[in-house]
Write a protein that binds this ligand. Structure first.
Ligand code: SF4
Length: 386
């Protein structure tokens, strides 16, 4: 099922819509979606040329590859470059490990992840609290649920294809929760009693069940799960992040898949989520010299899929947007002007007590906050002939 952005249709078990991110060069605002018709990239295995999409477009004579001087890291593993864990960008869904406190100081001055970019777009002061001050944030049940569901869906693909059933996935919830508690014992304090915890687990179970209404994992063999990726722009900015799932078809076509445990945003807000996906698409484009065929957001809160097919102009515009965003961050860093930007998302912010928008006073800026601490990783860049 494919439906046009701008129109909402009743959502049966599987809802798919397409959307876009309109973009103005150098502007930081995320505008209303542009429209592009997309198809479903069939990643069922085995796959081949008959899967219903055109052959990949190769770069011809006189054309350039990725606009930026790029780099070249992919599959960094769990600790490479101080990256964060799986992220959720919806209100209250930041994963427990997805705070600046989880990033190393060496990674902060010249690197950007989609979640931190989203923080700055949401509120520069929130970015400061997370990246500059590195203030701790208490765990939340919504974030923990997101981490748990991500863990189950990641490990589901460890099972033989025929065993990837709702029953198998549901049976993974309790042991994965125990594993998460072992890693982060403070999560155990999220619930006051077993009843509260069981109700929370039931919600996670509903999300896992909903996943199976959106696709059939017995027909998929992901290339990567929880895949660490990074690339360096010509500006020296290191882009990094973790992709929930990467599907690569036999002809090399790439689909980036991201699981969201919230509900799909209203269409006027979905550009923000697509920005995260385009960020990942830029990294893969730069490292693999191929524009990903499809970006797929799977909203397990309401059983809806948003799909978007980017092209090179999209990704060039995203590079310009990221560079402009980084310049704004650097400007705030050099001036110390990290303004609060109150919005409905303040309801989920852990720092209201020290936010001027709520009558609070931020702590003094750390001494090191106004200058970069590390040099760009020059040896990680290579020219592309652009
Ligand atoms: S409470 Fe709102 S305005 Fe203040 S730091 Fe948090 S997100 Fe920004």
């Amino acid at each position: 099922m494919l439906r046009a952005a701008g129109r909402r249709e009743p959502q049966p078990a599987q809802g798919i819509r397409r959307a876009g991110l309109s973009d103005k060069d150098g502007q930081l605002s995320v505008a209303s979606p542009s429209l592009r018709r997309v198809g479903n990239l069939n990643m069922a295995q085995p796959s081949g040329p008959a899967a219903g999409i055109p052959a990949p477009r190769s770069t011809g004579p006189g054309e350039t590859g990725p606009a930026a001087t790029v780099a070249i890291e992919s599959g960094l593993g769990g600790t490479g470059l101080g990256g964060t864990g799986p992220v959720e960008t919806g209100p209250g869904e930041t994963a427990p490990g997805d705070t600046a406190a989880a990033e190393t100081s060496a990674s902060l001055s010249l690197s950007l992840s989609p979640s931190r970019a989203g923080d700055f777009l949401t509120c520069p002061l929130l970015y400061r609290f997370r990246v500059i001050d590195r203030l701790p944030e208490p765990p939340s049940s919504a974030a923990a649920r997101g981490t748990l569901v991500h863990a189950v869906l990641e490990r589901l693909f460890d099972e033989p294809a025929a065993s990837r059933t709702p029953e198998t996935a549901r049976a993974m919830l309790a042991p994965q929760w125990e594993r998460l508690i072992a890693d982060e014992p403070e999560l155990a304090g999220l619930f006051s009693d077993d009843g509260e915890r069981n109700a929370w687990l039931a919600e996670a179970s509903d999300m896992v069940d909903r996943y199976f209404t959106l696709e059939d994992p017995t027909r998929l063999e992901p290339k990567h799960r929880e895949h660490a990726v990074a690339a360096v722009l010509e500006s020296g900015l290191l882009l990094r992040g973790y992709i929930d799932r990467l599907d690569v078809r036999a002809d090399g076509e790439i689909r980036i898949v991201d699981y969201k445990t919230g509900t799909a945003p209203r269409e006027e807000f979905e550009a923000r989520a697509l920005f995260q996906m385009k960020f990942y698409a830029v990294v893969l484009w730069l490292t693999q010299q191929r524009v990903p065929k499809l970006l797929q957001l799977m909203y397990l809160g309401n059983g809806e899929i948003v799909r978007y097919a980017p092209d090179e102009s999209d990704l060039r515009a995203t590079v310009r947007k990221i560079d402009a965003l980084w310049r704004a961050i650097e400007r705030a860093r050099s001036t110390g002007d990290w303004r609060p930007r109150p919005s409905r998302l303040c309801a989920w912010c852990a720092h209201q007590a020290i936010c001027p928008a709520f009558g609070g006073t931020p702590p003094p800026l750390p001494e090191s906050a106004r200058r970069p601490e590390v040099a760009p990783p020059a040896d990680a860049t290579v020219p592309t002939g652009t």
